[in-house]
Design a protein around this ligand. Sequence first.
Ligand code: TXA
Ligand code: MG
Length: 340
Amino acid sequence: METQLLTAGEESIALAAELLKKGEAVGIPTETVYGLAADATSNEAVAKIFAAKGRPQDNPLIVHIENMADLAGVVEKVPVDCVKLAAAFWPGPLTIIMKRGSKVADSVCAGLSTVAVRMPSHPVAAAIIKKSGLPLAAPSANLSGLPSPTNARHTYRDMNGRIPLVVDGGECSVGVESTVITIAGETPTLLRPGYITKEQLEQVLGKPVALSDAILHKLKEGEVAASPGMKYKHYSPKANVILLNGDAAAYRTYVEAHAGEGVFAMCYDEEAKTLTTVPCVICGSKDDPAAQAHRLFTALRECDEKGAATVYAHCPATTGVFMAVYNRLIRAAAFEVVQL
Ligand code: TXA
Ligand code: MG
């Protein structure tokens, strides 16, 4: 199949909506990462997402809506906590898990009684949902296991030949996938950290939000992930990524001592000029977690483009937005951390 890559505009948005109504999968921009969208009410359409990504069938998808009225039939009912969260964070990078409604295709929820819903703020995503008149299931538009795409070029590279269209809406502003919270159980629980932090969620809900174990730790053999996506190796470039936990001096000393063919440092912007014997890929300013989130997946893909075999990255903190960066990087590193 030939894949068109078109700049976002009235015509490409109309074409995307037409293709979605016909049951095709389309690459679309969102403020977090590019999504691979299809009609969330059709099992046949959703099957095209799983096929194009090579995604395991037991990993459920997020349903994207354009306004609150779109929740009808997507969820069983709209809980008060959803109304509070939506007022504060929608449209935006937050996904809310609730009891599922009858409209959603079974394959979207992968057999669960719940559904994940998000209202993206990217104007092109919103326009495509609105024009199609459909709730759109959309995972990140990467091949399963690779870093999520944060621009149209990365999306096209992964999806070329697999889908009819990628709409180019520019670089994603956030750069990591949405925060995922479930309000389907007794206690609201964070399942995936993102740009919206646990502290912000607690403030809006007026109660504590629990942290799913799988966010910061490796699941033990046989342990069930609350969010099925958390159990897979993820976000990995071809290179072997290793996290180094220590201060700036210890990081530099370790990296320079391990310099060699194919060895790269994924370092903070400020450090690039002090690391002279190892090629660097910059990953944002040291104290700016939003900049690091924004750079993360592009930096991982750059490592591959440059032919890196081993990549030494800093082990991030786990507070605030750093938690989102940590959660992705620790998976890219398959939980390999060297304590300095
Ligand atoms: O920012 C985002 O959320 C992007 C853009 C495209 O919107 N989408 C995205 O989708 O990251 P995906 O499929 O890559 O990640 C969805 C995550 C997975 O970890 C999945 O297991 C989890 O949400 N999830 C989806 N439905 C769920 C459910 N009913 N219960 C628990 N976890 C669920
Ligand atoms: Mg993904």
